[in-house]
Design a protein around this ligand. Structure first.
Ligand SMILES: Cc1cc2nc3c(=O)[nH]c(=O)nc-3n(C[C@H](O)[C@H](O)[C@H](O)COP(=O)(O)OP(=O)(O)OC[C@H]3O[C@@H](n4cnc5c(N)ncnc54)[C@H](O)[C@@H]3O)c2cc1C
Length: 646
């Protein structure tokens, strides 16, 4: 065709391959997925991993990770897993995943040591930071944030994914790269029944794959693009990588999986046309903690401890306040940090402006001590996901010199832009799959890990929960009956998946994506009510019968983008159902209902759950501390792991 490249791979729309003999099927080959595959294979399970991208570099940590959080059992840590998990729960007023974060705190450091054994770099073996305050000279481990309590490590995360990939290969995991899982298969095709595998489409040929498995682990990250979409620059429509479109949530919803906290969304912090690439602008949080900042006239912004005491040295920014045991991260990482765990920070931008400081602000790397400067610009910005090439390398090539140059800040604080209230995102600790102590879901044979779990975040959490879910799934598979898949469900899925290629003209996926984002901004924005949410659901129904059923795709690339966008639509519906189910406003959940304005009434201090059922949506609830005593429950569920590591 004129002006169009021919599709470079053979097309196999009509071919169908059944893959069986699988004990553990892992969907998503990011951090959690690779770890799930590794631990299941170590238990002798026959493991298959299905990844939409290329496992060697796919997912949010594919190109890096600069800090590994909550490794409470590392030899330098002064906090226990119990203390740290409880702090994370309390700092979020209970709205946190006690189970998954305890696993993170308890097993994260085990995974880091495994990473090292696999050839990844976790300590300063090249002695680049000898003598730095954040280095432990004996172990050569480097720490971030709280230098006193030392539970978050600075690491060389760009070495991690290739090492995990090699380990999967070494253990004989069958990897299907560039293959998008599209739907879960259930026993007899029934919603809510045991999960017996998944359907998937190969992204180059369009071939249909059916994976028949005794157990399945969902590791496909969290939903994105629900409120934000940039048709011109779809690649920056979200902070997370473009392959992560929340397919796992949509698949789970359609199969009857139970979700929690999906009503929580925050005003966007990154993404879309407004945003500069993450970590590319001057700031003083997260990766950039605790960089000095100056205003437009070169006046330095003050740093304060939790009591408002001005900190006179840079070193104090990395220490707890007087009388404080430890702080979590630092620089206002929690949405509403509690006094107990609040770290040092600069005052809010509006406060600074009132005090006469002038915009724009700049990160002042040159004034930082050499070790801190090189840790921020080089180790952190460099090893952080997405920064090595587009930021560190490009800025260097363009002449940026951290020893000499200031870097401008945009938006507030560490965000890369200022957003409108209705421009929202599932960011920080958003909703996701409700889990038990096995990281099992409400459906038999189905497990979840990493960013697919509710209130989940971070690399160490994904690694620890991935490993944990993999071994529990393998244990289930040992006793489980052989799976059988329903041919009528397969035929239904085949018809659904290939419907966009039946049309030579129709709606393009970008138009559908744009419609969804507009709908959600309009009806499920910063303020919500029954009327708005129900109007939103009605609009979503119209989209299903309208634009969504007229999607057209010319090749496998467009087919995958279309299927992803249908998943975004399903996730938008899931979010609205969750918003309807919580009939109370909540500060912590950033959830404001004009028809239920009371903020956090005690009767609603609980997890509200939603799942799709044959007769509509089933709403449930779980106590805010449903997971019970952390240490006891964990030890009762993981005896074999503990005995092996003793
Ligand atoms: C820019 C950036 C920087 C970050 N920096 C840090 C950091 O320094 N420290 C830290 O602790 N955390 C960091 N995070 C968060 C951390 O990367 C994530 O929490 C972690 O990667 C989650 O792991 P996961 O396996 O759940 O998801 P991912 O690692 O994102 O993996 C999900 C995988 O699922 C695949 N997938 C999606 N849909 C399908 C489908 N339908 N079929 C098959 N496969 C599918 C994707 O391709 C992807 O490979 C950062 C995140 C981003 C985006």
């Amino acid at each position: 065709m004129k002006n169009q490249l021919a599709w470079p791979y053979p097309i196999r729309w009509n071919e169908k391959t059944e893959v069986d003999g699988i004990d553990v099927l892992v969907l998503g080959g990011g951090v959690a997925g690779c770890w799930a595959a590794i631990s299941a294979a170590e238990q002798g399970a026959r493991v298959t991993l299905v990844e939409k991208g290329a496992t060697i570099r796919s997912g949010a940590s594919g190109s890096g990770c600069d800090h590994w959080e909550s490794a409470a059992t590392n030899p330098c840590s002064k906090v226990t897993p119990e203390e740290l998990t409880q702090a994370m729960i309390d700092d979020n007023h209970g709205y946190n995943n006690g189970i998954s974060h305890y696993i993170e705190c308890r097993e994260g450091y085990d995974r880091l040591l495994d990473m090292e054994r696999m050839g990844a770099k976790i300590r300063d073996i090249d002695n680049e930071f000898v003598g730095a305050e954040f280095r432990d000279e004996e172990t050569k481990l480097l720490f971030a944030y709280d230098y006193e309590n030392r539970f978050t490590l600075r690491v060389w995360g760009s070495t991690f994914k290739p090492a995990l990939y090699r380990e999967c290969k070494r253990l004989g995991v069958r990897i299907f790269d560039r293959t998008m899982a599209t739907g879960l298969l259930t026993e007899q095709g029934e919603m809510g029944a045991r999960i017996v595998g998944a359907a998937a489409v190969e992204g180059r040929t369009g071939e249909l794959f059916l994976f028949k498995a005794k157990s399945t682990v969902l590791c496909m990250s969290r939903p994105t693009r629900i409120w934000l979409f940039s048709p011109e620059h779809p690649g920056i429509s979200e902070f997370r990588p473009p392959q992560c479109t929340g397919d796992g949530h949509a698949m789970g919803w359609n199969a009857g999986v139970e979700f929690a906290m999906m009503e929580k969304s925050v005003k966007a912090e990154w993404s879309g046309d407004r945003s500069f690439p993450p970590y590319s602008t001057g700031n003083n949080h997260n990766t950039w903690f605790a960089c000095s900042m100056v205003d437009a006239e070169g006046k330095e912004l003050p740093w304060l401890d939790r009591d408002g005491k001005v900190l006179s040295s840079i070193s104090e920014r990395y220490r707890p306040a007087e009388g404080q045991k430890f702080f979590i991260k630092g620089g206002g990482e929690s949405d509403f940090p509690s006094y107990q765990f609040r770290g040092p920070d600069t005052p809010p931008v509006q406060e600074l402006l009132k005090q006469g400081y002038k915009l724009p602000f700049y990160a002042d790397l040159p004034s930082m001590p050499a070790h801190e400067r090189r840790a921020i610009w080089g180790l952190m910005v460099g090893e952080e996901g997405k920064t090595k090439i587009p930021i560190l390398k490009k800025y260097r090539e363009s002449g940026f010199d951290p020893d000499r140059d200031l870097l401008q800040s945009y938006g507030d604080g560490w965000k890369s832009a200022t957003f409108l209230p209705e421009e929202r995102q599932l960011f920080g600790l958003p909703g996701g799959i409700m889990n038990n102590w096995h990281l099992g879901t409400n459906l038999e044979g189905l497990y979840a890990a990493g960013d697919q779990l509710f209130a989940s975040n971070c690399h160490g959490h994904a690694a620890a929960t991935g490993h944990y879910a993999g071994r529990h799934a393998a244990r289930y598979a040992r006793e489980a009956a052989e799976p059988t898949i329903s041919s009528s469900q397969v035929e239904e899925e085949r018809a659904r998946v290939f419907s966009p290629i039946q049309r030579s003209s129709g709606v393009h996926w970008k138009d559908l994506a744009h419609q969804i984002a507009r709908t959600m901004q309009q009806y499920c924005g910063a303020t919500k009510s029954d009327e708005l949410l129900k109007a939103g659901l009605a609009r979503i129904k119209e989209i299903y019968v309208g634009a969504a059923s007229e999607l057209c795709a010319a090749d496998p690339h467009e087919l995958l983008r279309s299927l992803e966008t249908l998943n975004v639509l399903t996730n938008a519906e899931l979010v609205i159902h969750a918003c309807l189910a919580r009939q109370a406003s909540s500060k912590q959940l950033h959830f404001i209902r004009t028809d239920y304005p009371d903020l956090d009434p005690p009767a609603w201090h609980k997890f509200v759950t939603v799942r799709k059922s044959r007769d509509g949506t089933t709403v449930g609830q779980k106590a805010i501390d449903y997971y019970g005593p952390l240490r006891e429950e964990y030890e009762a569920t993981n005896g074999d792991y503990l005995s092996k590591r003793r």
